[in-house]
Design a protein around this ligand. Structure first.
Ligand SMILES: [Zn+2]
Length: 78
């Protein structure tokens, strides 16, 4: 946890000097971390989701041509 905080401070300091290649690398790193997190949340929320009568709403932050939806009630993402 401590190490993570140091890395983030380092990122802030170096942010302005970064080129596209470095930024791309960081973005891809956090995309992977986000996918891991979604996997964990999905597993943990499984029981709730099974009981939920989903109300799907479009995720406006989604990019790349594909539409994604999340449930207003349980937060399930698809
Ligand atoms: Zn739901």
């Amino acid at each position: 946890m401590q190490e993570e905080r140091v890395n983030i401070n380092l990122l802030k300091m170096q942010y302005e000097e970064m080129d596209c290649k470095q930024l791309r690398k960081i973005r891809s790193h956090y995309r992977i971390e986000l996918m891991k997190l979604q996997k964990v949340l999905k597993k943990k929320g499984k029981r709730n989701e099974e009981k939920c009568q989903h109300i799907w709403q479009k995720d406006m932050s989604a990019r790349g041509g594909r539409s994604h939806y999340d449930c207003k009630k349980c937060g399930l993402y698809r």
